[in-house]
Design a protein around this ligand. Structure first.
Ligand SMILES: Cc1cc2nc3c(=O)[nH]c(=O)nc-3n(C[C@H](O)[C@H](O)[C@H](O)COP(=O)(O)OP(=O)(O)OC[C@H]3O[C@@H](n4cnc5c(N)ncnc54)[C@H](O)[C@@H]3O)c2cc1C
Length: 386
C-alpha cells in the first residue's frame, strides 16, 4: 500500500499550482462583481492541456487517469480558485469515451483536446424530477434519421460557455418500460446549431456559477448523435457518476485545504489578548478537526480514484469520498470563518466567497442525503426508502 504521490503526480500538482498563482483572489473577486465567466483562466487551462488530460493519447489528449485529474482540480481549489467553470469537460466526456461510437470519438475528442470545441454542458436535472432523475419527462421522438426533443431542464451549467451538450431525454414513455432506468437516451447536442430551439435563462446563484434553466422546443438532433444505445442512456450516465463524485470530492478537499492553510496562517499571525489567537484551543481545535476530516476524505478519494483507474468497482468509495469531502470542506469553512472573526465576513479575505462556493458540494451533483441512502441501502443492505 503506497500512500504517496509519484514524482510525475507531484510535477502535475506543482505545475497547476504555478498556473493558479497567476489567478489570485483579486481575479476571482473581480469576476464576482460582474458575475462574469473566468474566460482567461479557462483559456490558459485549455491551452496547457489540463482540461484534456483524460482524453486518450490517440485522440490528442494527455492519456492520464482520474487520480491525476483529481490532483489538478484539488490544486485549483486549494489556490483559492474554482474549477466549476470548466470541470465538467473532464467527466462529461467520460460518457462519450466509454459509450460513444468510434466515429463520434474521432470527430469530437481531438477537437476538444486541441481546445477548438467545448463539451462543458450536461443536461440531466429537470424541475419536476429533481434528484429522482429517472423520472425526467423531456421527450425525444424519432422521425426517420433524426429525433425531435421537447422539454425543460434546470440547473444546467455552462450552456452558454459550451459548444456541445450531452442531454438525457426519454425515448420510451415511463408506462412502457420494465426498469426505472430504461427508456432514456443520451444525445450530443450541437449548441451552436440549435438556434431558437434552445432557450437558456441564467439562474442567479449565491456564487458566481453560470447555470441555466433550459427550454427545448422541437430541437432536432441527428440519430448519429445518440451516444451509446438508445434506451440505455441513464446507465451510460451512471457509469460516469463515480468519476464525477471522485473529482467533485477533490475540489471539496482543495477548498478544505484552502480554509485550513489560510486560517492556520492567520491564527498564528493575529494577536489578541497578547497572544496569537491560534494558541486558544477554541480556535485551534476546530482547525485540527477540519484537518483530520480533510485527510480522511483525501485517502478515501484516492482509493476511489485508484479503483476507477484500475477499472475496478469504485461506487462505494466514490460516494463516501464525495460525502466526507463535502462535509470536511464545510467544516473547514466554518472553522476558517470563526478564525478570521470579522475579517472572515470581509470580501477581501476570500473566506466568505470560498465558503459560499463550497456549500454547493453538499447539494450537487448529488445531494448528501442521496449519498447516505446509497450507503445505507447499497453498502449496508438496509431497506430501500425509494
Ligand atoms: C449550482 C448547481 C449546478 C448544477 N449543475 C447541474 C448540471 O450541470 N447538470 C445537471 O443535470 N444538474 C445540475 N445541477 C442539479 C443538481 O444535480 C441537483 O440540484 C441535485 O441533484 C439535487 O436535486 P434538486 O435540487 O432538485 O433537489 P431535490 O431533489 O428537490 O431535493 C431537495 C431535498 O430533498 C432531499 N431528498 C429528496 N428525496 C429524498 C430521499 N428519498 N431521501 C432523503 N432526502 C431526499 C434532498 O436530499 C434535498 O435535501 C446543479 C445544481 C446546482 C445547485
Amino acid at each position: 500500500m503506497d500512500f504517496s504521490l509519484s514524482d510525475d503526480q507531484l510535477t502535475i500538482r506543482d505545475a497547476v499550482r504555478d498556473v493558479c498563482a497567476r489567478f489570485p483572489g483579486e481575479y476571482w473577486r473581480e469576476l464576482e462583481k460582474t458575475k462574469e465567466y473566468p474566460t482567461e483562466f479557462v483559456g490558459v487551462l485549455t491551452d496547457l492541456g489540463w482540461l484534456s488530460i483524460l482524453i486518450p493519447v490517440e485522440y490528442g489528449g494527455g492519456g492520464l487517469g482520474i487520480t491525476e485529474a483529481a490532483i489538478v482540480l484539488e490544486e485549483i481549489h486549494r489556490s483559492g480558485g474554482n474549477a466549476s467553470a470548466c470541470h465538467a469537460q473532464m467527466y462529461t466526456m467520460g460518457a462519450l469515451l466509454r459509450h460513444g461510437s468510434e466515429a463520434q470519438k474521432r470527430r469530437i475528442l481531438p477537437e476538444i483536446a486541441a481546445g477548438r470545441l467545448r463539451l462543458q454542458a450536461f443536461g440531466v436535472t429537470e424541475p419536476d424530477a429533481g434528484s429522482d432523475s429517472t423520472k425526467i419527462s423531456t421527450t425525444a421522438v424519432r422521425h426517420g434519421d433524426q429525433y425531435v426533443i421537447n422539454g425543460q431542464k434546470v440547473f444546467i451549467s455552462r450552456v452558454e460557455q459550451s459548444d456541445l451538450m450531452l442531454l438525457l431525454a426519454r425515448t420510451t414513455p415511463l408506462d412502457r418500460i420494465e426498469h426505472t432506468t430504461d427508456g432514456l437516451s443520451l444525445f450530443l447536442v450541437d449548441l451552436n446549431e440549435a438556434g431558437s430551439s434552445i432557450e437558456a435563462r441564467r439562474i442567479p446563484m449565491m456564487f458566481n456559477l453560470h447555470t441555466y434553466q433550459v427550454f427545448l422546443t422541437d430541437l432536432v438532433v441527428p440519430a448519429e448523435n445518440v451516444v451509446g444505445e438508445e434506451g440505455r442512456g441513464f446507465r451510460h450516465v451512471l457509469d460516469g457518476w463515480n468519476a464525477e463524485r471522485t473529482l467533485i470530492a477533490s475540489e471539496a478537499i482543495g477548498d478544505a485545504r484552502f480554509f485550513v492553510d489560510h486560517a492556520s496562517a492567520y491564527a498564528c499571525d493575529r494577536t489578541v489578548f497578547g497572544r496569537p489567537i491560534g494558541a486558544n484551543q477554541g480556535v485551534q481545535f476546530p482547525l485540527a478537526q477540519a484537518y483530520a476530516a480533510t485527510e480522511a476524505a483525501s485517502l478515501v478519494r484516492y482509493r476511489a480514484a485508484a479503483h476507477f483507474d484500475a477499472g475496478e468497482p469504485c461506487g462505494d468509495d466514490a460516494n463516501l469520498a464525495k460525502l466526507l469531502a463535502s462535509q470536511a470542506a464545510s467544516q473547514a469553512g466554518q472553522a476558517a470563518l470563526q478564525t478570521f472573526g470579522g475579517n472572515g465576513l470581509s470580501v477581501e479575505y476570500d473566506v466568505e466567497r470560498k465558503y459560499r462556493e463550497t456549500k454547493l458540494f453538499e447539494i450537487a451533483p448529488v445531494n448528501n442525503n442521496l449519498v447516505l441512502a446509497y450507503v445505507g441501502q447499497r453498502v449496508l443492505g438496509l431497506p430501500r426508502s425509494y
